[in-house]
Design a binder for this molecule. Structure first.
Ligand SMILES: NC(=O)c1ccc[n+]([C@@H]2O[C@H](COP(=O)([O-])OP(=O)(O)OC[C@H]3O[C@@H](n4cnc5c(N)ncnc54)[C@H](OP(=O)(O)O)[C@@H]3O)[C@@H](O)[C@H]2O)c1
Length: 338
C-alpha cells in the first residue's frame, strides 16, 4: 500500500509563486487552519496581495498572534503589486464540534457579500486511537472530512453568488480541499469504508487508513462539488500540499519524527501548492473525466497530479462522490436543518 508517489516525495522546483498572482484587492478569502503551517503561509501571501482574508481557527489567541506576526513580516517580492491594502480577520471555527459550524458560517455571512476562494486546509493526522469529536465521530473523519463539508454547505450559496457576478472573472471562484498523498492508502475499492466510516475498531497498520480515508473524502468532495456546481461557475480542486515541517507532526512518535525529518520541506512550499490551486489560470469548469481539470488533484508545489487510481475509478465509474455527499447529508441532517 503506497501512500506517496516519488513525485510527491521529491517534487520538482516550484514554477508558481506569489509573484505570479495579480493584485487581490476587493476579493474575499477564507483559510481554515490559517494560524499555523501552510495555512499561515497562504494567509500571509494573500494578505500581502491586498486580499481580505479570514483566518478561520479554533483558538482566538493563536489566530490573533498569527495576524500580528503576518503584519510584522516582510511580503514576498512582487514585480507589480504594492502591499498595504490587505485585511486580516479572525473567524472562530472549531471543526471538532458540528453544532458550532453554522454559527461560524453565519458570522462570516453577516460580514461579507462575496467569497472568492476558500481553502479547507485545517486538519489533523496521527490522532491516537479512540479520540472522537464532540459528537462522537472518529477524529480524523470528523475534523478532516465531515465538518469541512458542513462548513462548505453553509457557504455554498455565497460562493455560487460570487461565481455568477458579472464583475468576477470566470473560473476564479474556487473551493480548495487540502487532502494528502495519504489518500492513496484509503480503503479499497472506493476509498471509503461504507459500512463504518468511523473505522473505530481499525488498529495497528489499518489505523493509518483512518487518516487516508478522511483525505480521500477531501479528494471526493472536490470532485463532487466540481460536478455539481461546475455548471454554475465554481471550480473545486483537491491537493497534497507536500511533506512539510509544521504543527502536523505533533502526534507523531519521536522515532518516526527522527526518520522522516530529513524528508520534510519548509511549510512555505506547501503554501505555494495551495496558492497554485487557487490562482492558476489553467482550469475551467470542464470536469477531469471529460478532459478538463475541474475536480482535479494537485501535487507539490503546484503541479497537476493524478489522484489515487481507485479513487478516480470510483468517482468516474461508480458515482462514489455522489454517494459520499448523500451519506454526509443524511448524517448531518440535524445540523443542516437547525
Ligand atoms: N505537514 C504535512 O506534511 C502534510 C502532509 C499532507 C497533508 N497535510 C495537510 O495539510 C493541512 C495543513 O496542515 P499543516 O501541515 O499546515 O499542519 P498544522 O500546522 O498542524 O496546521 C493544521 C491547522 O489545522 C487546525 N486545526 C486542527 N484541528 C482543528 C479543529 N478542530 N478546528 C479548527 N482548526 C483545526 C490547526 O489549528 P490549531 O493550531 O488550533 O491546532 C492548524 O492551524 C492539513 O489538512 C494536513 O492534513 C499536511
Amino acid at each position: 500500500m503506497s501512500v506517496i508517489t516519488w513525485r510527491e516525495s521529491f517534487p520538482p522546483k516550484p514554477q508558481f509563486a506569489e509573484k505570479d498572482i495579480p493584485d487581490q484587492y476587493g476579493r474575499v478569502f477564507i483559510i481554515t487552519g490559517g494560524s499555523s503551517g501552510c495555512g499561515y503561509e497562504v494567509a500571509k501571501a494573500v494578505y500581502n496581495l491586498n486580499g481580505r482574508v479570514y483566518i478561520a481557527a479554533r483558538s482566538s489567541e493563536n489566530g490573533q498572534q498569527a495576524i500580528q506576526r503576518i503584519k510584522s513580516e516582510p511580503a514576498a517580492q512582487h514585480p507589480s503589486v504594492k502591499s498595504g491594502k490587505g485585511e486580516l480577520f479572525f473567524l472562530k471555527l472549531d471543526l471538532n464540534d458540528l453544532s458550532s459550524i453554522k454559527d461560524s458560517a453565519k458570522e462570516f455571512l453577516s460580514r461579507e457579500s462575496r467569497l472568492d476562494v476558500i481553502w479547507h486546509n485545517a486538519g489533523v493526522g496521527g490522532v491516537p486511537q479512540g479520540c472522537v469529536t464532540k459528537q462522537g465521530y472518529e477524529t480524523h473523519f470528523g475534523v478532516n472530512a465531515l465538518a469541512p463539508f458542513l462548513f462548505q454547505h453553509f457557504l455554498n450559496p455565497i460562493c455560487l453568488q460570487t461565481a455568477s457576478r458579472s464583475d468576477v472573472r470566470p473560473y476564479a471562484t474556487r473551493v480548495i480541499w487540502v487532502s494528502s498523498s495519504g489518500h492513496r492508502g484509503s480503503p479499497k475499492p472506493d476509498g471509503v469504508n461504507w459500512d463504518d466510516m468511523n473505522m473505530h475498531s481499525a488498529s495497528g497498520l489499518r489505523a493509518i487508513m483512518k487518516y487516508g480515508q478522511s483525505k480521500a473524502m477531501n479528494v471526493m468532495c472536490a470532485y463532487e462539488f466540481a460536478r455539481r456546481y461546475g455548471p454554475r461557475g465554481l471550480v473545486s480542486l483537491s491537493l497534497h500540499p507536500g511533506s512539510l515541517k509544521s504543527g502536523f507532526q505533533r502526534n507523531q512518535g519521536s522515532i518516526f519524527k527522527a526518520i522522516t525529518k530529513p524528508l520534510l520541506y519548509d511549510q512555505h512550499y506547501g503554501g505555494l501548492t495551495e496558492l497554485f490551486a487557487a490562482f492558476n489560470r489553467d482550469v475551467n469548469t470542464t470536469m477531469i473525466d471529460a478532459g478538463g481539470r475541474n475536480g482535479a488533484y494537485i501535487e507539490p508545489w503546484g503541479n497537476w497530479g493524478t489522484m489515487g487510481e481507485h479513487i478516480l475509478d470510483g468517482l468516474s465509474n461508480r458515482k462514489t462522490g455522489e454517494r459520499l455527499l448523500g451519506a454526509f447529508e443524511i448524517m448531518l441532517k440535524e445540523y443542516i436543518q437547525s
